[in-house]
Design a protein around this ligand. Structure first.
Ligand code: NI
Length: 203
């Protein structure tokens, strides 16, 4: 069977397919935030209604094509620049806090010798066990407040590792102590939970 297609139809199809192949896996509003020329991102605050609603969303998974995009690398470095900026001076930051509703956190690894900030995409806590301790917490999205929260001292995390040469794969790790507390706080953000939902007591 032969199909006759006019030149105009061919041109339209070419336009359609070129549009599809160049379409970014990121949403337009995410691209605007990621491609913005500033290295520091605005941190959402519960003091603003729109921000507080956004912080309550369940964050979406990052697909492999997103993790391998230059936008992912740019977002990761912007999140670290934001949490380490003198203005914020935090120990952890979740992507929803900078307006990106994706499962991605930046955490300062106090359990490693140089205490680096590291970024974990598609992170999930797969187990929490052992002792629970009460400790003070604050949040960059909840200015001027602190509170005591009970957290597990040992957790297992699962997340994606991004290697431009070999691709994306998942890995697991056990984290203990204060760093485990940071992971629990940041992973809560990905489920729309704030530490104030878990307060044991307030000073
Ligand atoms: Ni927080």
């Amino acid at each position: 069977m032969r199909i006759k297609i006019s030149a105009a139809a061919l041109f339209l199809m070419a336009l359609l397919f070129s549009g599809c192949s160049s379409k970014s896996p990121w949403k337009a509003e995410e691209l605007a935030l990621i491609r913005d020329s500033s290295s520091i991102m605005r941190v959402l605050s519960v003091d603003k209604l729109q921000d507080s609603l956004f912080l309550r969303l369940n964050a979406d998974t990052l697909r492999a094509e997103m993790l391998l995009s230059e936008e992912y690398a740019r977002l990761a470095s912007k999140m670290v620049a934001t949490v380490t900026s003198p203005e914020q001076d935090g120990v952890g930051l979740a992507a929803p806090q900078v307006g990106i509703s994706r499962r991605m956190v930046a955490v300062q690894r106090f359990d490693k010798s140089s205490e680096p900030f590291e970024v974990y995409p598609n992170i999930r806590i797969t187990d929490m066990r052992g002792e629970k301790l009460c400790g003070p917490e604050g949040c960059l999205s909840i200015p001027g407040r602190r509170g005591e929260v009970l957290r597990f001292m040992e957790i297992d995390i699962r997340y994606s590792i991004v290697d431009p040469k070999t691709g994306v794969r998942d890995t697991c790790e056990t984290v203990r102590g204060f760093t485990a507390v940071i992971f629990q706080h940041e992973c809560d953000h990905l489920d729309g939970i704030l530490y104030t939902d878990r307060l044991a007591s307030e000073p």
